[in-house]
Write a new protein. Structure first.
Length: 144
C-alpha cells in the first residue's frame, strides 16, 4: 500500500517568522525575539536581526526602561534601513514610522510624567505585525 504524497504547503512564510509574528502580536516580545535567534544565527539575516531588535525594544517598553527602548529602536532602525517598505510580507515602513513615534514619546516623557502620573509607556498602544502575502516579493533570502 502506498502512502499518498503530502500536499504542498500554501503558506509562503518561513515557520519561524510566522511564529515570531504570532508571539509578538500576543505581547510576548521576549519569546518572539527568541524564536528568530536561531534562524538569524544560521543565516545572518539583517532583516531577522532588525525584527529581533524591534521585539527587544518592546521588552524594554514592558519594563519601563527608556534607555533600552531608545537603544533598541535605534539599532532596529539601522538594521532595517536598507530594506524596502515591504519585505518578506511585513510592512517595514510602518515599523520605521512607529519606531520614530515611540522615540518622540520617550523624548517627551519627562514633561508628560509631571502631567500624568501613569507611566507613559503604559499609554503606548502595542504594535501589531501582519504577514501579508501581497507584500512578499518571492526573492527574499530568508525564503531560502
Amino acid at each position: 500500500m502506498s502512502v499518498p504524497p503530502r500536499p504542498a504547503s500554501t503558506d509562503p512564510f518561513p515557520a519561524p517568522l510566522r511564529r515570531f509574528v504570532h508571539l509578538f502580536n500576543r505581547g510576548e516580545f521576549w519569546e518572539s525575539h527568541e524564536v528568530l535567534e536561531g534562524p538569524w544565527r544560521q543565516g545572518r539575516s539583517a532583516f531577522y536581526h532588525g525584527l529581533i531588535l524591534w521585539a527587544s525594544a518592546w521588552v524594554h517598553v514592558q519594563r519601563d526602561n527608556t534607555h533600552g527602548i531608545r537603544a533598541q529602536i535605534r539599532k532596529a532602525a539601522r538594521a532595517l534601513e536598507g530594506y524596502p517598505d515591504a519585505y518578506l510580507g511585513i510592512d517595514v515602513g510602518s515599523i520605521r514610522n512607529r519606531g520614530q513615534e515611540v522615540l518622540e514619546s520617550v523624548n517627551r516623557a519627562d514633561t508628560e510624567e509631571a502631567a500624568n502620573p501613569e507611566p507613559w509607556v503604559r499609554r503606548l498602544t502595542l504594535p501589531h505585525l501582519k504577514l501579508d502575502p501581497t507584500r512578499l516579493r518571492g526573492d527574499e533570502t530568508e525564503l531560502g
